[in-house]
Design a protein around this ligand. Structure first.
Ligand code: NA7
Length: 540
C-alpha cells in the first residue's frame, strides 16, 4: 500500500488537535488527524468518571470560531464531561472535520527523514499499522493525558472493579449502593466524592494532601439568558487573550498589603462569592510571590470551609491549621458541595500520612491500621503531566535523536511550541506553554494561530525545514524557570512533575501570564522568526 504524504499530521483530537485541524485546513494545508479514541474530545473522551466536569465556565471554555455558539446551547455554566463531548460533535458537524481523521489509531512513532524533510509516522489501529508521511507534525497530545497510576502492591489481584479516573470504561462502573474506595483528592477526586458519596453505600476516601478547593458557583443556563448573552460572546472571546489567566476577569493590580484588613476581607469575600479561580488570578497580584499574602489567603480559605465542615475529626484532616503547601501552588480545584458530602456518615476519610496504604488485597485495601472491603476502587491519582504523552511516542529528530534522550536533563523547548533538533515538529498546550493557570481552548487558539502564520510563511518562502535554534531554546527554557512564581516551587505538584516518583523536579509551565506569552510569540513574528533555522529542499 502506498503511503500518503500530508502537509501536516496532527496527533490528538482534543481542543488542541481539533482546532489545529480546523485552522490548518482552512489555511490550505493538507492535514490528517490521528486520534487514539473513537471520536473527538481529548480529555473529555477519556475522563468519563462520575462527576467529571470542567473547572472553567462557558463561554470561556469553548472555541471562538465560525460563530459556533450561535446554534449551540449549554445547560450549565460549568459543563459536564458528557455535555462537552456533545459540544465536540457540534464542532465536527459544523466544520466537517471528521473526513480528515483517523480514529482508533495510536501514533507509535514519528521519525524525521532528514533527506526529504518529512516525518514518517506510524500508528497502530484496530485495522493494523497505518503509515504516512508529512512535512510537519503537530502534537496535540494534552498536558494531562497520561494517567499516573501509583505502584500499589496487589492492585492487579483486586477481585472487584477498579479504574483510574482518566481511563474510565465507556460503559461505566456501577457504584450505587456499593462499597467504594477512592485514592486521591485532587480535582478529579473532589468530583468523584460529590457524585459517588451521596449514592454509594459507603465511600472511603484516602487523602494524602488536603485539597484547597474553592466554590465553583455552578448555575443552570436558561435559553433566553444565553441567547441575550451571545451578543457579547465575540468580545468575551477576545478578552480571554488579554487577561493573565485567559478569563474575563483579571488580577486587581494591588498587593495584599495595599489594603487594610477590613478592605482585604471585603475583597476576599467578593472573590469568594463570585467563585472559581478568582482568589488566585482575579485578586491580589502577590498571592504566589509573597508568603505573607499567601498565608492570609489560606487563613481566609480555611475560615470559609471550616464553616461548612461539621465533623470535627474530618475538619482537622480536610483543612489543617498549617497549610500543606502554599495556596494555589497546585492548580486550585472547584467544588460544589464537597465539604458537606465529606461529612456524610457513609463517608470515611483516611489520612494516608498517618495510616499509609500497604497493599490492595482481593477484597479491598489494607492500611497500617485495618483492612477496608470494597466492591470498587477508584484511582484519582492524576497524570504524568506535560511530557508523559510525548515520551510514549518513539519520536526521533535530527540524527535519530530521541525525545527521551533530548529531555533527559529536563524539558528544553522554544516558545513552548517547538523543540530544537526536532525540525518541523510543533506542539500545542504542552510543556513550557501556558497551561497550568490557563484554559485549553484559548491557549490552543493562541498557539495554533501563531503556528499557522509560521507554516504559511514557510510555504510562501518554499522553506521545507524549520528548527528551533539550540541557543534560542536554551534561553527560552531558562526564562520559563525564571518567571515561575516562587511559591509554586514549594508544592509537590504536577506543574513540577513532583507527583510522579523519580521524575525530575522542574517547572514545565509558562507562568508569566497569557498577555506576556502572546508578546513573546508576536515578537518572534515581528523580528522574522530569529529563533529558527530554516532551509529549503535545495539547501537542506
Ligand atoms: P491531581 O490534581 O494530580 O490529583 C491527584 C491526587 O492523587 C492528589 O490528591 C494526590 O495526592 C493523590 N495521589 C497520587 N498518588 C497517590 C498515592 N500513592 N497515595 C495517595 N494519594 C495519591 O489529578 P486530578 O486528576 O485530580 O486533577 C488533574 C487536573 O485536572 C487538575 O489540576 C485540573 O486542572 C483538572 P498529593 O496531592 O500528590 O499528595
Amino acid at each position: 500500500m502506498t503511503e500518503e504524504t500530508y502537509d501536516v499530521i496532527i496527533v490528538g483530537g482534543g481542543f488542541s488537535g481539533t482546532y489545529s485541524l480546523y485552522k490548518l485546513t482552512k489555511c490550505g494545508f493538507r492535514c490528517k488527524l490521528i486520534e487514539k479514541g473513537s471520536g473527538f474530545g481529548g480529555t473529555w473522551y477519556w475522563n468519563r468518571y462520575p462527576g467529571a466536569r470542567v473547572d472553567t465556565y462557558v463561554p470561556l471554555y469553548e472555541l471562538s470560531i465560525e460563530e459556533l455558539w450561535k446554534d449551540w446551547e449549554w445547560k450549565e455554566a460549568y459543563p459536564s464531561g458528557e455535555d462537552l463531548l456533545t459540544y465536540f460533535d457540534h464542532i465536527d458537524r459544523k466544520l466537517g472535520l471528521r473526513q480528515h481523521c483517523l480514529f482508533n489509531a495510536t501514533v507509535k512513532s514519528a521519525h524525521w527523514d532528514a533527506h526529504n524533510h518529512l516525518w514518517k509516522v506510524a500508528a497502530e489501529g484496530n485495522t493494523g499499522i497505518y503509515k504516512a508521511k508529512s512535512r510537519h507534525i503537530v502534537l496535540g497530545v494534552g498536558s494531562l493525558s497520561t494517567p499516573y497510576i501509583p505502584k500499589i502492591k496487589g492492585l492487579d489481584r483486586f477481585a472487584g472493579k477498579w479504574a483510574h479516573t482518566a481511563q474510565w470504561p465507556a460503559e461505566g462502573i456501577e457504584f450505587r449502593n456499593k462499597r467504594v474506595g477512592l485514592i486521591g483528592t485532587g480535582a478529579s477526586g473532589v468530583q468523584v466524592v460529590q457524585e459517588v458519596g451521596p449514592k454509594a453505600q459507603e465511600l472511603v476516601v484516602f487523602q494524602r494532601t488536603p485539597n484547597m478547593a474553592v466554590p465553583m458557583r455552578q448555575r443552570p443556563l436558561q435559553s433566553n439568558d444565553q441567547a441575550l448573552a451571545k451578543a457579547s460572546y465575540p468580545e468575551t472571546h477576545q478578552r480571554r487573550r488579554h487577561t493573565f489567566g485567559t478569563f474575563d476577569y483579571d488580577l486587581n493590580g494591588r498587593e495584599t498589603n495595599d489594603d487594610t484588613d477590613e478592605q482585604r476581607e471585603l475583597v476576599y469575600e467578593e472573590l469568594w462569592d463570585l467563585g472559581g479561580f478568582r482568589p488566585l488570578i482575579g485578586g491580589y497580584i502577590d498571592v504566589l510571590s509573597s508568603k505573607h499574602a499567601n498565608d492570609l489567603l489560606y487563613a481566609f480559605w480555611r475560615k470559609k470551609v471550616c464553616e461548612r465542615i461539621s465533623d470535627n475529626g474530618k475538619r482537622a484532616i480536610l483543612a489543617p491549621e498549617t497549610p500543606p503547601h502554599p495556596f494555589g501552588a497546585k492548580r486550585v480545584s472547584l467544588e460544589q458541595n464537597y465539604w458537606e458530602v465529606m461529612c456524610q456518615s457513609n463517608i470515611d476519610l483516611v489520612n494516608v500520612n498517618e495510616e499509609p496504604v500497604i497493599e490492595v488485597t482481593a477484597t479491598g485495601v489494607r492500611t497500617t491500621r485495618q483492612e477496608y472491603e470494597f466492591d470498587v476502587i477508584i484511582l484519582a491519582t492524576g497524570f504524568d503531566g506535560y511530557t508523559g504523552s510525548f515520551l510514549q511516542i518513539d519520536i526521533r529528530g535530527e540524527g535519530g535523536r530521541t525525545i527521551q534522550e533530548h529531555w533527559k536533563d529536563g524539558v528544553k523547548s522554544y516558545l513552548g511550541t517547538s523543540i530544537d533538533q526536532f525540525p518541523n515538529l510543533w506542539y500545542i498546550y504542552g510543556p513550557h506553554g501556558p497551561a497550568a493557570l490557563n484554559t485549553a481552548p484559548v491557549v490552543a487558539e493562541i498557539q495554533t494561530d501563531w503556528l499557522a502564520g509560521l507554516l504559511e510563511h514557510l510555504r510562501n518562502q518554499s522553506i521545507t525545514k524549520a528548527v528551533a535554534k539550540s541557543t534560542a531554546a536554551d534561553v527560552y527554557s531558562r526564562h520559563v524557570c525564571d518567571i515561575a512564581p516562587p511559591l509554586v516551587l514549594q508544592a509537590n505538584s504536577w506543574y513540577l512533575g513532583a507527583n510522579v516518583p523519580g521524575k525530575m523536579r522542574a517547572i514545565r509551565d509558562y507562568m508569566g501570564g497569557v498577555p506576556a506569552y502572546i508578546s513573546e510569540l508576536a515578537k518572534e513574528v515581528e523580528e522574522g522568526y530569529p529563533g529558527f533555522q530554516t532551509s529549503g529542499p535545495e539547501t537542506g
